[in-house]
Design a binder for this molecule. Structure first.
Ligand SMILES: *Cc1c(COP(=O)(O)O)cnc(C)c1O
Length: 218
């Protein structure tokens, strides 16, 4: 199926409150242009250099989401344009984003990444660390950061019940965050293999790559 057809088949069944991030990492501009022509405006990348190159050449009304792990020293390259940073997994990174956002005279939207999977390779805060960060932010507000919600990745497994229970955990953490930050209204969970489940469990933003663009060659 073409990129356009895949995209439209996903959008057709998407509830209105759920945003689709088209994950275009490793894919050439031509693929993004095809999705753009079908109306897609939110693209997700996981490397700052690749995202910046695409931002420089592709239409300016695209919203670029950083979904990968961010190296502190590279924040400055995306600060002028990034629309949402999904993978904020440490306080030091929030401080650097705040600093670079100030230099660009912007307020940058961020999601805090939670560790919900069983693998220890996946990054993110646990519940106690989330509470500590939120408390820190109350004591020392970072004026150029806006906490928009949470992001998480489930374990890579066929066990649907396990994935569902990890999504439920993330949703509970999100509900708690909303008691502290009532304006945090985005829950980024669900990828090609599990986004239907994620939406059932309360996702407001799905990050879908291979189901739109086909498998990736690294
Ligand atoms: C690559 C990636 C995705 C998309 O994965 P697919 O399985 O291709 O849909 C989603 N989220 C993150 C954080 C990713 O790195």
């Amino acid at each position: 199926m073409s990129i356009q057809k895949q995209l439209l088949s996903i959008l057709e069944n998407l509830p209105k409150h759920v945003h689709l991030v088209a994950v275009s990492k490793t894919k050439p501009n031509a693929d993004l242009e095809e999705a753009y022509a079908a109306g897609q405006r939110i693209f997700g990348e996981n490397k700052i250099q690749e995202m910046t190159q695409k931002w420089e050449t592709l239409p300016k009304d695209i919203q670029w989401h950083m979904i990968g792990n961010v190296q502190t020293n590279k924040v400055k390259y995306m600060a002028p344009y990034v629309s949402l940073i999904h993978g904020v997994d440490r306080y030091k990174l929030l401080k650097e984003i705040n600093k670079q956002a100030a230099k660009s005279d912007r307020i940058i939207d961020c999601l805090l990444q939670m560790h919900i999977a069983q693998e220890d390779t996946k990054f993110g805060f646990n519940k106690e660390e989330l509470e500590a960060v939120v408390t820190d932010l109350k004591a020392n507000p970072l004026p150029y950061i806006r906490i928009k919600g949470l992001m998480g990745m489930a374990t890579f497994t066929d066990n649907q019940e396990q994935i569902r229970s990890e999504f439920k955990t993330l949703k509970q953490q999100f509900d708690w965050l909303q008691t502290q930050h009532p304006k945090a209204n985005e829950l980024s969970m669900g990828m090609s293999g599990d986004y239907v489940l994620a939406i059932e469990e309360g996702s407001t933003m799905i990050r879908v790559g291979s189901k739109i663009f086909g498998s990736r060659n690294y």
